[in-house]
Design a protein around this ligand. Structure first.
Ligand code: NAD
Length: 484
């Protein structure tokens, strides 16, 4: 029996807090289906406490110099790296993702964000604008209290990708993890406080959508950053607009990868694997519509099938495993429904196509060929290990079809033709793009979507613009020239 019970459900004002009056949240290990922790949703009283703590904590935090704030974030990054193994094990229990992945993609990515934004914190300045004798100076100021709301696929990373830039800019944060993966954000809060963060500056409250909604509509909140689906994004954006709050929306996708005849076949197959099967396909930026030019299609499918046969599906706690389960039984059933639709609508099954015969919520990595643009599996975000191959002949046709979606998160191109690579990527309607690779998201690069996939950018210097605002101060050197 695995036990991952945290000290308490919430982390508010620098300490763990429990209130068993809140609705129960069962945390289930997806590889076995066993309950590994029981938490409680935040009651209105706890939400109130977290927001009051954030409001007060933000004042103390913003009064510190950027360098001092940065030092805390960088210390937290060091602690995270020292504890990477233990944090990765927790991430694996929380999500079911293989330890082989979590050891390199979760706490390490969170540590990168804390280190990067910690390094930037001391150099967040405004500018001086001379206007004759008069002048203007600008100050980069924090927004105030930020609410972060997470999805379940990257619980440590999302908690840090939102927290690090928010805190670097002098804001406080109240973070609500996904009810599906409530464990990891508590560790982010704990480590930040161990690194010297003043109480109240980073709080974690658990809950379902109603807790998220209560946070978003609270007048004490100045900014909301959501990672989630488009339908939730619509609701959260609308609620935030009502209070004229700042937003970052990191939402879903149905991203295209365009593979041209001249592509390096191993790289193209590798990119398609990274873009469809990492985290068992539960990645927002996945390139699930793989457009393959006709001349390379058979070779591509044959090599993809061969490489998929080497997948190691199994207990995600075993470092040899490289393919884990779906996060919940519900998500598994959603994906199984898409597999049925794929077959029913006439797609040709190349690999996988069913639930794996083992405990837990495993689905075989699945490839469909001969997928057409109107099939459901080519139109809707599946969020599972399902790769659709669509054929194309000309560059223009591929670009037009790749863009024929309401989403615009990501896109990829595989070709050896340098000018084509840039010409094509320049025309794809997506925020995060790759040429001859896929799904790498280093903290130094902006990340985020266009169209229905989102608003704003995470990571890089660009994220600073979404967690701060400019104050402009005009300084009159006199005399004042009034009309009467
Ligand atoms: P979801 O939209 O169901 O939930 C996201 C979060 O929003 C959860 O914490 C949930 O409790 C909360 N929520 C639900 N209703 C709310 C409301 N009315 N007000 C406030 N909060 C509310 O998404 P999910 O199923 O957890 O995650 C999968 C989705 O997230 C996919 O669409 C995926 O593409 C997207 N995603 C996007 C990114 C990105 O960076 N673009 C990253 C990961 C996941």
């Amino acid at each position: 029996m695995t036990n991952a019970q945290p000290k308490a459900s919430h982390f508010i004002n620098g300490e763990y807090v429990e209130d068993t009056n809140g609705q129960q949240i069962n945390c289930i290990f997806p590889a076995t289906g066993e309950t590994i922790a029981t938490l409680h949703s935040a009651t209105p009283e706890l939400i109130d406490r977290a927001l009051d703590a954030a409001k007060a904590g933000q004042k103390t935090w913003a009064a510190m110099s950027g360098t001092e704030r940065g030092r805390v974030l960088r210390r937290a990054a060091d602690i995270m790296r020292e504890r990477n193994h233990e944090l990765s094990q927790l991430e694996t229990l929380d999500t079911g993702k293989p330890l082989q992945e979590t050891l390199v993609a979760d706490a390490t990515s969170a540590a990168d964000a804390l280190e990067y934004f910690g390094g930037l914190a001391g150099s967040l300045t405004g500018e001086h604008i001379q206007l004759g004798d008069d002048w203007v100076y600008t100050k980069r100021e924090p927004l105030g209290v930020c609410v972060g709301i997470g999805a379940w696929n990257y619980p440590t990373q999302i908690a840090a990708w939102k927290g690090a830039p928010a805190l670097a800019c002098g804001n406080a944060m109240v973070f609500k993890p996904s009810e599906t993966t409530p464990l990891c954000a508590l560790k982010v809060a704990e480590i930040l406080h161990e690194a010297g963060l003043p109480a109240g500056v980073y709080n974690v409250v658990q809950g379902y959508g109603d807790v998220g909604a209560a946070l978003v509509s609270d007048p004490r909140v100045d900014k909301v950053s959501l990672t989630g689906s488009v339908p939730t994004g619509r609701k959260v954006y609308a609620a935030a607009a009502d209070g004229m709050k700042h937003v970052t929306m990191e939402l879903g996708g149905k991203s295209p990868i365009l593979i041209f005849d001249d592509a390096d076949i191993e790289d193209a197959v590798g990119g398609a694997i990274l873009g469809n099967f990492y985290s068992s396909g539960q990645v927002c930026s996945n390139g699930t519509r793989v457009f393959v030019q006709k001349g390379i299609k058979d070779a591509f499918l044959a090599r993809l099938k061969e490489r998929l046969e080497t997948v190691v599906m199994g207990d995600p706690r075993d470092e040899a495993t490289n393919f884990g389960p779906m996060v919940t039984a519900n998500q598994m059933n959603i994906v199984l429904g898409y597999l049925e639709k794929g077959v029913a609508e006439g797609a040709r099954l190349i690999s996988g196509g069913k639930r794996a015969s083992r405990d837990g919520f495993f689905i075989e990595p699945t490839v469909f060929a001969d997928v057409t643009d109107t099939m459901t599996i080519a139109q809707e975000e599946i969020f599972g290990p399902v790769l659709s191959v669509l054929d194309f002949e000309t560059e223009e046709d591929a670009i037009a079809r790749a863009n024929a979606t309401e989403f615009g998160l990501s896109a990829g191109v595989f070709t050896k033709d340098l000018t084509r690579a840039h010409r094509v990527i320049g025309q794809l309607e997506a925020g995060s793009c790759w040429i001859n690779t896929y799904n790498l998201a280093p903290v130094e690069a902006p990340f985020g979507g266009s169209k229905m996939s989102g608003v704003g950018r995470e990571n890089s210097k660009e994220a600073i613009n979404y967690y701060s605002q400019m104050k402009s101060v005009y300084v009159g050197m006199g005399p004042v020239d009034a009309p009467f």
